[in-house]
Write a protein that binds this ligand. Structure first.
Ligand SMILES: [Zn+2]
Ligand SMILES: [Zn+2]
Length: 334
């Protein structure tokens, strides 16, 4: 039924509607269509163009600080909660904390927590095989960076893959109406900026400026840093462990993403909350979660067992000859 040779793509208005209400009950011409739906990409492109408004909005220390704060808050939320909590259940938390971070995650305009985590679980099952939606090996760098989620194939949330969280009605609501959150954030930033312009004009900020810095620039930075985990961490860096995929460890990406750059570690042992397996592998999200654990906000943070971290699966240049039938060929680090 969904195997038409040249499937039609959704119409213009349907595509725009899908951007705002991308729910599972929508009819699509072909649910397995992996091509980018360019109509639906229009708001996504618009988000990028919105950054150029900075030339009209100017800057202030307040605007830069708000953008940096929202960047840090949302990158932490995506890595700590969308990824390590919703996708991998690597620690536990209260239902209210779960909800609060689900809301903050939605403000990143990367869909709701159920959609995000369901697709990520699918990635771990199929990493770098032909079914993987964002494999650079299979689909190319740009498609794995930001093409895949603009395709009809990635539109819906497979609740079967995430029943443990889909049972919460508040999360299902957020998954359907995730766009309410960024709209509220944009309005709040504008309102706050106008208040500042009125009450403290010497700060040099106003609503338009905070909107541009806090919403457009900050969100686009969060976008591309997140996307690096789908594209660059399967291309750039070193491989400590032999995994079936091309995942790699990269300090630079780990710093930008608050710890997600230790992606080869993560694919090797995804159960661990901690992704930097050694003290020198900086993992800011893990440190923040430890602090939250001290406060009683989260618990049961999972570490890497020594037997997992230490021994065998050294890849790299091993001078000892490998017996022919021992393990598949190792991938060399770049
Ligand atoms: Zn993962
Ligand atoms: Zn991966």
């Amino acid at each position: 039924m969904n195997e038409a040779p040249q499937p039609a793509q959704p119409s213009f208005f349907k595509s725009l509607y899908l951007w705002f209400v991308p729910s599972n009950d929508q009819e699509l011409p072909d649910e397995n269509d992996e091509r980018i739906d360019w109509y639906r990409a229009i708001p996504f492109i618009g988000m990028h163009l919105g950054c150029f408004l900075v030339f009209f909005a100017g800057w202030s220390w307040l605007a830069v600080s708000v953008a940096a704060f929202l960047y840090a808050l949302r990158v932490f939320t995506l890595t700590g909660f969308y990824h390590r909590y919703f996708s991998h259940r690597s620690f536990k938390t209260w239902r209210i904390v779960q909800f609060i971070f689900a809301v903050i995650g939605c403000s990143s305009v990367q869909r709701g927590p159920l959609w995000w985590a369901a697709h990520h679980r699918h990635h771990h099952v199929h990493s770098d095989d032909p079914e993987d939606l964002h494999s650079p090996r299979e689909k190319g760098i740009l498609y794995s960076h930001f093409g895949w989620f603009l395709s009809p194939k990635a539109l819906k949330t497979n609740y079967k893959i995430i029943p443990d969280f889909a049972k919460y009605p508040e999360l299902r609501f957020l998954d359907r109406w995730d766009l309410l959150v960024p709209i509220a954030l944009a309005l709040a930033l504008f309102g706050f900026g106008e208040l500042v312009a009125y009450g403290a004009p010497e700060w040099g900020a106003d609503g338009f400026q905070l909107l541009v810095w806090g919403f457009f620039l900050s969100t686009i930075a969060v976008y591309h840093v997140t996307y690096l985990v789908n594209s660059a961490t399967h291309l750039i860096g070193t491989r400590r462990y032999e995994t079936k995929d091309d995942s790699r460890n990269s300090l630079i990406i780990a710093l930008l993403t608050f710890g997600e750059g230790w992606h080869n570690n993560h694919h090797y042992y995804p159960n661990s909350t901690r992704q930097g397996f050694y003290w020198w592998e900086i993992d800011i999200t893990y440190y923040i979660l430890l602090f939250m654990q001290l406060l009683g906000l989260v618990w049961n943070i999972k570490e890497v067992p020594d037997r997992i971290r230490e021994p065998k699966p050294k890849v790299a240049a091993d001078p000892a000859p490998v017996p022919p039938e021992a393990k598949p060929a190792a991938v060399l680090p770049t």
